[in-house]
Design a protein around this ligand. Structure first.
Ligand code: SF4
Ligand code: SF4
Ligand code: SF4
Ligand code: FES
Length: 355
């Protein structure tokens, strides 16, 4: 019957789905919250963590909602005692797998594992740790890798391979020695890593960190200011994480065009110029003695406008030209060409990224 096609029951509700959707997608589309850890938007589901388990009537074992395709007539339960007990056990095992001392962790307050432990009230961890963790890697200036907090969810590997298409990291070793490795287990700076930081952004715990941000503030102490990256003409959308009027770190804005949360090394890590000691913070006018004199914006703009008009009136608009920059926004570039065409009266306008 056409009316029954592509329909399943989830938590007692009959819902429709599109062929190809997973149970996780169907649940979320219908406002049912199924927790995830390893699941990463825009990447193939791996089913690595098993936090998203749900119960399907008639199936012997619980299934992972992020990998299980929706199919006609399934009867799915997302919150039975069996499901909750399984999720608690998974969370407990993940907490036991590393050194999850939240009080001193940089990710405290921004950690999916911590959120899940709270949500499912995992107060005690009954299992001991297995083996030693590799030492923390902080030999490069940008990314710190703390293997003692890595839950081997694989999100970093997927982000590197499927989103940034860099393939710089992968799973290495086996069993208790499993580890995310770069180029056969070299430090990141000796591997194919281009330091885009995508892996840091997607790491759900405190295993990958922006090194420059370490110790400079907790997530809840920072304001997120949305802006546009100034490094090139793509116009990536970024969040500046600001504390006490200082930019602590930069992240991409998830889901926002054109970059959908991804950034390059410049956009993510190249923000120190903002607070550089020798950065110009006030306009300067060179006086007749050749010395620069600090002035306010009104005087500076009046001076520049006066000189432009003087040249235009004496030698014609063709004596002037405007060269714009990919570091400016589209709107600023539009205004620049308008000034040159309408104000100077010339088409002498060009752009550094044209060729
Ligand atoms: S990674 Fe998460 S769970 Fe582990 S110590 Fe840090 S905040 Fe706590
Ligand atoms: S920084 Fe970029 S290139 Fe390097 S491992 Fe992470 S995702 Fe891959
Ligand atoms: S480093 Fe982070 S993202 Fe990568 S596997 Fe470990 S926990 Fe997952
Ligand atoms: S989120 Fe489904 S297995 Fe990890």
């Amino acid at each position: 019957m056409a009316g029954r096609k592509n329909a399943l029951t989830i938590d007692g509700r009959k819902v429709r789905f599109q062929p190809g959707q997973t149970l996780l997608e169907v649940a979320r589309e219908n406002g049912i919250d199924v927790p995830t850890l390893c699941h990463l938007e825009r990447c193939k589901p791996t089913g690595a963590c098993r936090v998203c388990v749900v119960e399907v009537k008639g199936a012997r074992s619980l299934v992972t909602a992020c990998t299980m395709p929706a199919s006609d007539g399934l009867d799915v339960s997302t919150g039975t005692d069996r499901v909750l007990a399984a999720r608690r056990l998974v969370i407990e095992l993940l907490m036991a797998s590393g050194e999850h001392d939240c009080a001193t962790c940089e990710s405290n307050g921004a950690c999916l594992l911590q959120d899940l432990a709270y949500r499912y009230q995992v107060e005690k961890v009954r299992f001991g740790r297995t083996g030693e963790h590799p030492p923390r890697e902080d030999s490069n200036p940008l990314i710190m890798r703390d293997f003692s907090k890595c839950i081997l969810c694989g999100r970093c590997v997927q982000a590197c391979e499927e989103i940034q298409v860099n393939q710089a990291i992968s799973f290495g070793y086996r069993g208790a020695r499993s580890k995310i490795v770069a180029k056969g287990d070299l430090p990141l700076e000796d591997s194919d890593c281009v330091f885009c930081g995508e892996c840091v952004q997607v790491c759900p715990v405190g295993a990958l960190l922006e090194k420059k941000a370490k110790g400079l503030g907790r997530t809840w102490e920072m304001n997120k200011v949305r802006t546009t990256c100034t490094y090139c003409g793509v116009g990536c959308q970024i969040h500046l994480h600001v504390r006490n009027n200082r930019v602590i770190k930069v992240t991409g804005v998830d889901g926002a065009r054109p970059n959908h949360g991804s950034l390059c090394v410049k956009g993510r890590f190249g923000f120190e110029f903002i607070h550089a000691e020798d950065r110009l913070t006030t306009p300067l006018i060179k006086d007749s003695s050749g010395e620069f004199r600090p002035v306010d914006w009104d005087e500076a703009l009046g001076h520049v406008a006066g000189r432009f008009m003087e040249i235009r009136d004496r030698r014609g608009g063709g004596a002037l030209a405007g060269l714009t920059s990919a570091r400016a926004t589209n709107e600023e570039n539009y205004l620049m060409q308008k000034l040159v065409r309408a104000g100077f009266g010339t088409n002498n306008v060009d752009h550094c990224a044209r060729l």
